[in-house]
Design a protein around this ligand. Structure first.
Ligand code: ADP
Length: 300
């Protein structure tokens, strides 16, 4: 069942289309990622889903409800991460949790949530005195305190140190395991690859690709990366002529090629034919990072 449906969404500012016909649907229990460069239209898209912005055209449904016309009902099923400016500096962590819990008919118990997010010893601290990471964790707690069916998290781990980031990923996985659908905006590839079931890559207001992380990697031209140091120089022309090669780079005597499994076999054959030995031969899968560059460059 689709929890979020977005169809042909359009939004312009000053005559410039920043969201230009975006469609996707998010299934119940899914972690769905929206990935794209800065200014791609990610926040505008999710803020339309949250009912915070009014689309110029298109249709959005959240659990079957229109986020603009049914704003109050949508607010009860959808938890959204606040922006920094939306919380008063003097409010303590406990007050913020109690206040936000009071907005919902059946809120989650905020104490275990605060515990899980490492906020228990900060309950008496005022928002203005929290570190960046602590503020971020409080925003996540506030997004979850209404016990929502869907949670929208925009740049969830920006400003967190690597340890806190990993803890937050675990938390999101737990949230999903509890049955909550997650819409996640991110520009961190590792985060998207680790967490998301499916990802919409948005570039210049349009969806450049929509697939599982593995699917995005597979569909990019260079899904396999081969690198080695040849015992004698190789002719770049020969390397470029290998089957299904997407790119060739020669640096400090080391060759890095991207292509497919067919390219791997062909490299080995080429080396054997030239009596060249490959030192430190490495074959690896491309990362989402590689696929992302490929997909957004292809769209440019
Ligand atoms: P992203 O989240 O992918 O970084 P945004 O959706 O925030 O992108 O913004 C997309 C584009 O729309 C940007 O160029 C931004 O400057 C512009 N934009 C966003 N909101 C407004 C607004 N309220 N008024 C004018 N331009 C806006």
């Amino acid at each position: 069942m689709s929890v979020i449906e977005v169809s042909e969404l359009r939004k312009s500012y000053g005559g410039r289309a920043v969201v230009d016909g975006v469609s996707f649907s998010v299934q119940e229990g899914e972690i769905f990622g929206i990935l794209g460069p800065n200014g791609a239209g990610k926040t505008t898209t999710v803020e339309c889903v949250e009912g915070l912005r009014v689309p110029d055209a298109g249709r959005i449904r959240v659990t079957g409800l229109d986020p603009v016309a049914d704003h109050e009902r949508v607010a009860r099923v959808l938890g959204a991460q606040l922006q920094q400016s939306e919380l008063q500096a003097k409010l303590t962590v406990r007050e913020a949790l109690e206040l936000y819990a009071s907005f919902y008919p059946r809120p989650a118990n905020w104490r275990p949530l605060a515990e899980r997010l490492g906020l228990t010893d900060k309950l008496a601290t005022r928002f203005g005195k929290l570190s960046g990471g602590q503020k971020q964790r409080l925003f996540i707690a506030l997004a979850l305190v209404g016990d929502p069916r869907v949670v929208v998290l925009d740049e969830l781990t920006t400003g967190l140190d690597p340890r806190a980031r990993r803890d937050t990923w675990q938390l999101i996985e737990d949230v999903r395991a509890a049955g909550v659908t997650v819409l996640l905006v991110t520009h961190f590839m590792e985060e998207a690859q680790r967490l998301c079931d499916r990802i919409a890559v948005i570039d210049k207001g349009r969806i450049a690709a929509l697939d599982t992380p593995e699917g995005l990697i597979r569909r990019s031209a260079g899904a396999t990366v081969i690198s080695f140091t040849p015992s004698a120089p190789l002719d770049e022309h020969d390397l470029n002529a290998l089957p299904e090669v997407a790119s060739v780079a020669y640096k400090d005597g080391r060759v890095t090629l991207s292509g497919t499994d067919a390219t791997v076999n062909a490299v080995i054959t080429l080396l054997a034919r030239h009596h060249v030995t490959a030192h430190q031969l490495r074959v690896s899968d491309a990362t989402l990072d590689d696929a992302f560059l490929d997909l957004t460059e292809a769209a440019a």
